[in-house]
Write a protein that binds this ligand. Structure first.
Ligand code: FES
Length: 270
């Protein structure tokens, strides 16, 4: 057996023989994630007004503040005399935050964008990374192993998101049902989140990946389910970004309508 071919590698952060714009994707993603974090911080801690608006008695909720657990009678939350800085997003956002933060795709993104580990294929990484070496998912990163549990919690959130969509369709003032622009905004957000959750690697494993064979009875059904999720899983990155972006677009829409910059309208009702 030979030793294999040793390819030349340039040493030094970011040095490479690649001639394409290898840096553009990690740079764009890094900027997008940083902007998302800053916007979320602003909405949670600086401006948590206008989290919803009503249209003829229907409620359209900002995706960031949905589910609005502070309005729930469950656990006495609606009558809780909470501190002024507490809002629904502060109480709930740890679930989507934990779910996205431990996502297999997200790990790839932030390892590359924020830690340059690796910087990119065939691009050298910083010396500090070489000195530390790869230690696996230990210390703080051990939380990544909780992804499956965040998935369970995210599924509950997903059901509530669709429930919130139904609230936009009941115009209590006129005792009618129908669809407004807000319905579309919330339904698109819920749909994109559904695609993101149903294309999850951990869900695929739970559905059928954990089995040795899919030959009889229920295992055959799970095998088929595994196949379906595998198809969605190929676009997991796409669903990650579109569902994330739409959280903020939905929030901007709610802010704009609640501020009176735009008007929502009932598109049809019956
Ligand atoms: Fe990305 Fe589960 S792997 S959400």
């Amino acid at each position: 057996m030979g030793d294999g071919i040793k390819l030349p590698m340039l040493n030094g952060l970011g040095r490479t023989n690649r001639i394409d714009n290898w840096w553009s994707q990690p740079l764009t993603m890094g900027i997008a994630l940083t902007a998302a974090l800053i916007y979320t911080f602003w909405r949670l801690f600086i401006n948590d007004a206008d989290i919803s608006y009503t249209l003829q008695g229907s409620t359209v909720m900002s995706p960031i503040f949905s589910p609005n657990v502070l309005e729930w009678d469950l656990f006495g939350l609606s009558s809780w005399n909470h501190p002024e800085w507490v809002n629904a997003a502060i109480l709930v956002l740890w679930i989507p935050f934990g779910f996205r933060g431990t996502c297999y795709y997200m790990r790839r993104v932030y390892y590359r964008t924020f830690f340059a580990s690796p910087t990119a294929c065939w691009v050298d990484e910083p010396d500090i990374n070489k000195a530390i070496g790869y230690k696996g998912e230990k210390r703080l990163f051990i939380f990544n192993n909780l992804h499956r549990y965040f998935l369970y919690a995210a599924m509950v959130i997903l059901v509530i998101k669709w429930w919130d969509v139904t609230h936009t369709m009941h115009f209590k003032d006129t005792h009618e049902y129908g669809v407004s622009i807000g319905t579309f905004v919330m339904a698109i957000e819920a749909f994109l989140l559904t695609m993101y959750v149903t294309s999850c690697h951990a869900l695929r494993h739970l559905a059928g990946g954990m089995l040795d064979r899919w030959t009889t009875g229920i295992s055959r059904i799970r095998g088929r389910l595994f196949g379906r999720i595998s198809v969605l899983n190929r676009s997991h990155g796409f669903w990650f970004w579109t569902s994330l972006v739409f959280v903020f677009l939905g929030d901007l829409w709610v802010l704009a309508v609640a501020d009176g910059r735009f008007n929502d309208v009932v598109l049809f009702s019956f």
